[in-house]
Design a protein around this ligand. Structure first.
Ligand code: 13P
Ligand code: SF4
Length: 430
């Protein structure tokens, strides 16, 4: 099977019948970064996140030397391998499951965001951690790795559009309004519970993790969201969950929280666009955020998969909308999906609702099964896709020259409370 990049190139050249959500994805990321800059609108480039505007605080990637843009795939391959060999144990390369094949092949560890955060801790001897994922993952790695270690994101424009849907100013403004309704946020009721516990998904800026650390809150990932919500309900009357409404809704619904007690908070609207009465009665206040990749999955796609493959096992990520999770057989994190496929008897057919690079890789690694993506359109996480091998060669060769480029550094005043929220998550037990 060809890589996602090859499939996109073929589709754009008209050499295959497959279609892609963004023809610009076939270009080098330096080309679409440049066109966005020329238009003066910060954007996430082509693909799934096309409609999402990047906030002005999103780091801007500088133009890298022309030689990296002009180099052939083979030349980049040789240069990356040579730089890696020269650096040896001085560098560790981490790759997220959604990373493209042309880059993931150089990774020393491949995993989900939680596993990679742990991997960052496990190599204290490496002076540099090159994170082939997105910005919030690199921030987390920086907070959990040693103070002397440099965490590098090869393309600074590899953000996460969902993470950017909740910024610290909007969350603080929301908190201030909630304080007007619920009163002193540190006062406990007869059961010893405070009015609201803030819970942030791992897919959020370090500033939001810090906010949670400072306000009695916690971080969750898609693999421990239920455990974390239980932790929060032991300590609070309700939860403010950001930025992913879908993960929050799907998890709380499975725990028995009625939908009418899960209002949505739209930032920049008075009372978040909801009413005082609804907020009084709320159990989970959901932030109006979503993932552009997972939002594409639909019940119609599931119906079609079931019609074409009777007995198909449908597994979707909990970032998918609730009707999709309800129509699937199972939902779970990327790690859950990988383990479910590993454990299945040979000959199982899977329709998967998550990012295409992971789905295609699983199809290749487990030829004893039939595995396909529910979305017929080739639509990668377009921000992670910005980590082109040219950027990887540039950061590694810079390290060989003893120069650290694209370092992700979380200031200590943010990192200290953010680590509190992360450590609460690590200590929370099911
Ligand atoms: P994981 O936490 O499973 O790595 O997922 C990250 C992500 O961005 C999902 O869209
Ligand atoms: Fe963010 Fe969605 Fe990409 Fe995950 S898949 S990193 S949530 S944009």
């Amino acid at each position: 099977m060809s890589s996602v990049n090859t499939a996109i190139q073929l589709s754009v050249r008209g050499a295959s019948k497959e279609s892609t959500c963004g023809t610009d994805l076939a270009k080098g990321p330096w080309e679409f970064d440049l066109s966005a800059a020329l238009e003066g609108v910060p954007s996430y480039g082509p693909g799934a996140s096309l409609a999402d505007q990047a906030p002005s605080s999103t780091p801007q990637q500088i133009q890298i030397p022309q030689q990296y843009k002009d180099a052939s795939e083979q030349e980049l391959d040789e240069r990356i391998l040579a730089a890696k060999a020269t650096l040896g144990d001085r560098v560790v390369i981490l790759g997220h499951f959604y990373q493209r094949d042309e880059v993931i092949k150089y990774a020393d560890f491949v995993g989900d965001s939680f596993q990679l955060a742990n991997a960052a801790k496990s190599k204290p001897e490496a002076e540099a951690i090159v994170f082939c994922g997105v910005h919030f993952m690199a921030e987390t790695a920086d907070m959990l790795s040693g103070p002397e270690q440099a965490v590098i994101l090869p393309n600074l424009a590899a953000g996460c559009s969902m993470a950017d849907m909740a910024d610290i100013e909007s969350v603080e403004a929301c908190w201030a309004q909630l304080e007007e309704i619920y009163g002193d946020m540190t006062a406990t009721d007869a059961e010893g519970k405070v009015p609201v516990i803030p819970v942030t998904y791992m897919n959020s800026s370090a500033a939001l993790k810090g906010f949670c650390g400072e306000h009695g809150g916690i971080v969750c990932t898609s693999s421990n969201a239920k455990t974390v919500l239980e932790w929060a309900f032991q300590r609070g009357q309700r939860v403010l969950f950001f930025p992913d409404q879908h993960l929050g809704r799907n998890t709380a619904k499975a725990m028995g929280v009625p939908l009418e007690q899960m209002p949505m908070w739209s930032p920049r609207k008075p009372w978040g666009g909801t009413s005082l009465e609804t907020l009084q009665d709320a159990r989970v206040i959901l932030w109006h955020g979503f993932c552009s990749v997972h939002r594409r999955f639909s019940v119609a796609q599931i119906d079609q998969a079931r019609a074409e493959y009777p007995g198909v096992r449908v597994i979707v990520h909990p970032e998918c909308p609730m009707p999709v999770v309800d129509a699937a057989d199972e939902s779970g994190s990327t790690d859950y999906i990988v383990k479910a496929i590993q454990a299945a008897p040979a000959g199982t057919t899977f329709a998967i609702g998550t990012e295409i690079n992971l789905v295609n890789r699983l199809a290749e690694e487990y030829p004893q099964h039939t595995i396909f993506c529910l979305d017929p359109v080739i639509c990668p996480c377009s921000t992670m896709y910005r980590i082109h091998p040219g950027y990887l060669a540039w950061v590694l060769e810079s390290l060989v020259q003893k120069t650290v480029v694209n370092q992700i550094r979380v200031p200590e005043n943010v990192a200290v409370p953010a680590r509190v929220a992360l450590e609460r998550m690590l200590a929370a037990k099911p």
